[in-house]
Write a protein that binds this ligand. Structure first.
Ligand SMILES: [Zn+2]
Length: 264
C-alpha cells in the first residue's frame, strides 16, 4: 500500500492565487471541520446543499452559490450549459476545457437523469471524449474522492497542453512546500483508471496480456464510500480485456473505458 497523501493541491492552488475559489462537494461528515478551518484562516465560506464554496472574495462565493441555485431549476440544456460555463470561468479553469465540458453538459440534476435506462454518467462521457492513447497522469480528474488530484476540472483531452500547464503550476506550488508529498502525489496519480458507463470509478491494474488483474473502487466525492452498484460494476471489470482504444470487453453496448494514466 502507498502511504496516504497529505498534501492538498486545491488548497495550495487557492492560497497561491492560482485558483480564485473552490467549489467542493463533500459528505456532511467532512464539511464542518473544513468550513471551520477555512473561516479560521480568513476565507469566506458559503454553503449550499452538499456544495461548499471557499474564496477570498465573499462576492465570488455568493455568486457561485447563486449560479448553482439557478442550475437546480433549469429544464433546458442550453440554460444549463451557459450556467456551467459561468461556473467554470469563475473557478479559473482553462477555456478549452470549459468549452468541451459545456458541450457535453446536460440538464441538471444528474441524479434524475441517472434513472433513465440509456443513461451515461458525466464522468463516463468525459472518459470517452477526453481519452487519448498517452494520457498525462497529472490530468487525472477522477481521484477527487478521498485522494488528492491536481486538476479539479475535467480536461478537454487527457493530454491538453493548457490543462497540463495548469496542473504543473499547482504541482510546483505543492512541491515548494512539501517536496516529498509532491513526489508521492505524482506516484499516486500514475495509475490506470477505469470509468464505467453509470459512473463507477476504479483504480485498475492491467497485466501484460491486457487483462484487468485487479480493480479498486474509488469514491465519487470525498467522504462518500462507493455504492453497492458501483462496487459490483468495478468487480465485473476483473479478468476482462482492455482493447487498444481503452474500452473493456466486447463491443456490446456501452463498455467501461480504461485511461492509461499509469503508462510512464
Ligand atoms: Zn483543455
Amino acid at each position: 500500500m502507498l502511504r496516504p497523501v497529505r498534501v492538498e493541491p486545491e488548497r495550495v492552488a487557492l492560497e497561491e492565487g492560482l485558483k480564485p475559489a473552490l467549489r467542493l462537494r463533500l459528505a456532511p461528515s467532512l464539511r464542518a471541520e473544513l468550513v471551520l478551518r477555512y473561516r479560521g484562516e480568513g476565507f469566506d465560506v458559503q454553503e449550499r446543499g452538499d456544495l461548499v464554496y471557499v474564496a477570498r472574495d465573499p462576492e465570488l462565493g455568493r455568486e457561485l452559490a447563486r449560479l448553482d441555485g439557478a442550475l437546480e431549476r433549469v429544464v433546458r440544456g442550453a440554460t444549463y450549459r451557459s450556467l456551467m460555463r459561468s461556473i467554470g470561468e469563475r473557478l479559473g479553469y482553462p477555456a478549452c476545457c470549459v468549452d468541451a465540458f459545456v458541450l457535453r453538459a446536460r440538464r441538471y440534476p444528474e441524479r434524475l437523469l441517472a434513472r433513465l435506462p440509456g443513461y451515461r454518467a458525466e464522468a463516463y462521457r468525459t472518459a470517452r471524449a477526453a481519452w487519448v492513447r498517452r494520457p498525462l497522469a497529472r490530468l487525472d480528474p477522477f481521484l477527487g474522492g478521498d485522494e488528492a488530484r491536481l486538476v479539479p476540472f475535467e480536461p478537454c483531452r487527457f493530454d491538453c497542453p493548457v490543462a497540463r500547464a495548469w496542473a504543473d503550476r499547482v504541482f510546483d506550488a505543492v512541491a515548494r512546500r512539501d517536496p516529498e508529498g509532491a513526489r508521492r502525489l505524482d506516484e499516486r496519480l500514475a495509475r490506470d483508471v477505469a470509468v464505467c458507463p453509470r459512473g463507477a470509478i476504479a483504480i485498475v491494474s492491467v497485466d501484460p496480456s491486457r487483462r484487468v488483474r485487479a480493480a479498486q473502487p474509488v469514491p465519487r466525492f470525498a467522504g462518500a464510500p462507493p455504492s453497492a452498484a458501483d462496487r459490483a460494476a468495478v468487480r465485473a471489470l476483473v479478468g476482462r480485456r482492455v482493447r487498444p482504444d481503452g474500452r473493456v470487453g466486447r463491443r456490446l453496448g456501452p463498455e467501461p473505458v480504461v485511461i492509461a494514466f499509469g503508462r510512464a
